[in-house]
Design a protein around this ligand. Structure first.
Ligand SMILES: [Zn+2]
Length: 547
């Protein structure tokens, strides 16, 4: 899972006894083999795989392992080269000594200091990036007709550098808001209107969530994008030549002599008003140097062919990311981020799900596609590549079930299905949960908009209804508080070397989670009608394609 997300620090001796399977065949169609799940997980999270960073040898070994398992189960290869779909990425690093940002206003010249006063990410487009021009403040820089919001009405930004507030208006719903306030959308609104650069300024609210100071730890982080057949980075806007992210103090200087000061703008935000835009005095020159590398990294795709002569041309898609974040830079002793929960666990559950389907005597009616994606930790890149360069028509994908970072350390009494509220997938999840004697709980963190933050969202953006499944926070054991366990995982082990095989796994939890996911897949593959977005759903309306 990318960004902000959590296991007890207790070191528990692993038990290697296999679970007993005593359910009758009528009661449970699927009998996961937890010994297999454990084996997959222990292999994928082994130190030998060096944290499975996108493009690394360790991740290549993980991909080969997954392809080999697919072959064992008799899945048909559904990549572009057997099971493999190689993705070409550009990786951009910022030359730290290079950023320059000068404001000229009347007789004044102000040189802003990097990184103390502003941040500049590496450019994926140009090794030498530079932009000069006048500035226009455009509020949040969002155009959301559905929410009757347009920060660009009556403002001309042609050839100008737009100055936007980080984030979104406080009255925007969380998930829709995450869409409108994404960096991609904000750049799109600006580029569509002829802007040539974008400066983002922090806000008091934003400082509480992600302080400018905390961003300084990430200035060496490379940026990545997949390259299309012309060698151009996806999801980028060549017209936007440059930009910066400014601290509060530095941004205050930009607004000197403007119709309103930055503090007046902040006061409007405090009063839940949407600040109107205006031109800012002076001109700026912003430039930076980046280095570019090309790397390739595989998605792995296998298909279990459906049994119905017509419905087999439709696909239920399971996805789980196999990449993680490689070596930790700041830790000396154990510096391998093994990603046992993130996402060796989800991948292992997906592999066992694929095996269970392959062993069914009566195959499901629709085909089932298993996609192990790369580059999730770099911004859902492998999934985005697959959804936009699919090996089966995207309009034939009826639903996506995504597994990312299931915390498998306690017997949970519920599951969470991010996105279930947007489509009739909710009914299938409820049924599958009931079948495993647990329940479906609503999203416990609606403010986090997790629906937009894992690989399924790449499918959503191509119109495919999706759910992102994780175990819920209710525990069957009165002595275990699921919320606490999850919180501890996030604060102590998430994206750290301690997310490794020493986590106190509970294999019964892995079994239940596999059962639920397999059952969801089976329901979706066999139901007469294909899953539908809810009537009038924002994501359905925004992204669905005519089928
Ligand atoms: Zn992650």
């Amino acid at each position: 899972m990318i960004k902000k997300l959590l296991l007890g620090s207790a070191f528990t001796a692993m038990s290697f006894t296999a679970c007993a399977h005593n359910h009758s065949a009528t009661e449970q169609a699927f009998n996961p083999d937890t010994q297999r799940i454990k084996s997959h997980l222990f292999f994928l999270a082994d130190d030998l795989l060096e944290g499975r960073d996108t493009g690394s040898r360790g991740h290549e070994i993980a991909a080969l392992y997954i392809a080999t398992e697919f072959a064992k189960y008799g899945l048909k290869p559904a990549g572009t080269d057997g099971y493999i779909q190689n993705v070409t990425f550009r990786k951009a690093n910022l030359v730290q000594a290079s950023p320059s940002f000068t404001l000229r206003r009347g007789d004044d010249t102000i040189d802003f200091a990097y990184p103390k006063e502003y941040l500049a990410g590496p450019s994926l487009l140009n090794t030498e990036a530079a932009v000069s021009g006048e500035m226009v403040f455009v509020g949040y820089g969002i155009v959301a007709d559905e929410l009757s919001h347009n920060d660009y009405s009556d403002i001309d930004v042609e050839g100008k550098i737009v100055v936007t507030l980080a984030g979104k208006p406080s009255d925007f719903p969380s998930e829709e808001g995450a869409h409108f306030a994404s960096g991609y959308q904000k750049q799109k609104y600006a580029a569509d209107r002829g802007a040539v650069g974008m400066i983002t300024i922090t806000t008091p609210k934003n400082e509480k969530v992600r302080p400018y100071q905390s961003r300084l730890s990430y200035i060496h982080t490379p940026r990545m994008a997949w390259l299309n057949e012309n060698g151009e980075p996806a999801n980028s806007f060549p017209q936007i030549k440059g930009g910066a992210y400014m601290s509060e103090a530095a941004a205050r200087k930009l607004f000197e002599g403007a119709p309103r000061s930055l503090d007046e703008v902040y006061a409007e935000l405090e009063a839940d008003k949407v600040p109107a835009g205006f031109a800012l005095p002076g001109t700026v020159d912003i430039s930076k140097t980046s280095t570019h590398d090309v790397i390739t990294s595989p998605n792995v795709v296998g298909v279990l062919e459906g049994s119905d002569p017509e419905l087999k041309d439709e696909y239920v898609v399971f996805s789980a990311h196999s990449d993680h974040i490689g070596f930790a830079k700041t830790v000396k002793k154990d510096n391998i981020n093994n990603g046992a929960m993130d996402n060796a666990s989800g991948t292992s559950v997906m592999l066992e799900t694929a095996r269970l389907f392959s062993e069914m005597k009566e195959k499901p009616k629709r085909s089932i596609l298993f996609v192990s994606v790369t580059g999730e930790e770099k911004g859902l890149l492998g999934a985005d590549y697959f959804a936009r360069n699919p090996t089966v028509p995207v309009t034939s994908m009826v639903a996506n079930v995504n597994l990312d970072m299931p915390i498998l350390t306690y017997e949970f009494a519920d599951v969470i299905a991010f996105g279930a509220n947007h489509s009739d997938l909710q009914a299938s999840v409820e049924k599958a949960a009931a079948n495993a004697d647990i329940e479906l709980s609503p999203d416990p963190w609606p403010d986090q908009a997790l629906f937009t933050r894992s690989d399924h969202y790449a499918f959503v953006k191509q119109g495919v209804p999706a759910v992102f499944m994780v175990p819920g926070l209710k525990s069957k054991d009165p002595n275990v508080d699921g919320s606490k366990v999850f919180g501890q995982f996030l604060s102590t082990h998430y994206h750290k070397p301690s997310d490794d095989v020493n986590q106190p796994f509970n294999w019964k939890a892995a079994e239940t989670f596999t059962k639920v996911n397999a059952q969801i897949g089976l329901t979706l593959a066999n139901q007469e009608e294909k899953p539908m977005w809810n009537e009038g759903d924002f994501f359905g309306n925004t992204f669905s394609k005519s089928k």
